[in-house]
Ligand binder design. Structure first.
Ligand code: TXA
Ligand code: MG
Length: 329
């Protein structure tokens, strides 16, 4: 039986209830400012193993450990002294750092790696939960391969009946997963683009010559093991279409996912449109993206297309997810 808790005036009681479930080795889905996470106590290998079972997650895909403070972070990973000021600047927030792990983190969390992904979320519920329970290992709270959940309804769709508790705190602010930066290499290496953009990171890591962006070569094992798996994809066929070709699909038996601006300019009056946000406010697109991808399978249309966006700033992170969603493998 899954208990769904709405975060409201019973705030303290709710956190305590969820914290107790974690302490007993149970699973709690909780909000962060990126997407919802599916948490277990990071130091309890049996509890962590259940995360993999419940999600159908491949064993070789490591989990991110969520913490409430730098002090807590230092209990599980070695802080890179040369990056300390930057880590302070970027936390709490939508960023995950890959660092050398300490011994107490079970290998099931890191899928056997000697590094661990650590994140201090800014969301008050995530903060308070790890304050109460300690380090929490959590992937996104979706079934493996599905779009990450950005609200409790999406978590319920995927995990109701499979976990002990789901905390509902409304919609995630960013809507796409954290930026992952590997700090164990010579140069900071971005493994996954996210809410904090490459451009911003180049500025922030300026004194180190900026960041490198990791592109896995087709013949090598990717540094972020999760990158090799199919992601975010609807069941139905989804393809990418250039803005100026999109009017070809007006009122066809295809769902069109596009920005408000594209709708106004190329598709005005068409019935088969689902707006994914505003081109002029790209963070709204990030926020709606996964819900829109989930909507593809809920709609009555047999297939869907999505507008191709530019690949700079936050659009780069958004397109990273869209490209995975349209990819067939
Ligand atoms: O925003 C987020 O990051 C969300 C929220 C819940 O924090 N979490 C999330 O987790 O997106 P997940 O499991 O869906 O993605 C974690 C990614 C995977 O691609 C995994 O391979 C990578 O992080 N990762 C984790 N630990 C790693 C490590 N030690 N080295 C390299 N990549 C790692
Ligand atoms: Mg995920």
């Amino acid at each position: 039986e899954t208990k769904v808790i709405k975060i409201n005036d019973l705030y303290n009681d709710s956190i305590e209830y969820a914290c107790n479930i974690l302490r007993k080795g149970g699973l709690v889905a909780f909000p962060t400012e990126t997407v919802y996470g599916l948490g277990a106590l990071a130091l309890n290998p049996d509890a962590v193993r259940r995360i993999f079972e419940v999600k159908g997650r491949p064993q070789d895909n490591p989990l991110i450990v969520h913490l409430s403070s730098l002090g807590q972070l230092e209990s599980v990973a070695y802080l890179e002294p040369r990056y300390l000021n930057i880590i302070k600047k970027l936390t709490p927030g939508p960023v995950t750092f890959v660092l050398k792990k300490k011994k107490n983190i079970p290998l099931v969390v890191t899928a056997g790696l000697d590094t661990v992904g650590v994140r201090i979320p800014a969301h008050p519920v995530a903060q308070r939960l790890s304050q109460c329970a300690g380090p929490i290992a959590a992937p996104s709270a979706n079934l493996s391969g599905r779009p990450s959940p950005t609200d409790a309804k999406s978590v319920i769709e995927d995990l109701y009946g499979r976990v002990e508790c789901i905390i509902d705190a409304g919609e995630s602010a960013f809507g796409i997963e954290s930026t992952i930066i590997d700090l164990t290499k010579e140069k900071p290496l971005v493994l996954r683009p996210g809410p904090v953009t490459i451009e911003e990171l180049n500025e922030i890591f300026g004194e180190f010559g900026g960041v490198e962006y990791y592109v896995p070569k087709s013949n090598e094992k990717p540094l972020a093991p999760g990158m090799k798996y199919r992601h975010y994809a609807p069941e139905k066929n989804l393809s990418l279409v250039e803005k100026d070709k999109i009017s070809d699909y007006a009122n066809k038996d295809v769902l069109i996912l596009c920005t408000r601006e594209t709708y106004e300019k190329y598709l005005k009056g068409a019935k088969n449109v689902h707006i994914i946000g505003e081109f002029g406010k790209p963070y709204t697109i990030a926020q709606n993206l996964y819900k829109s991808l989930r909507f593809v399978d809920k709609s009555s249309y047999p297939e869907a297309i999505i507008e191709k966006l530019p690949e700079e700033g936050i659009f780069f992170s958004i397109m990273n997810r869209i490209k995975k969603a349209v990819s067939k493998q």
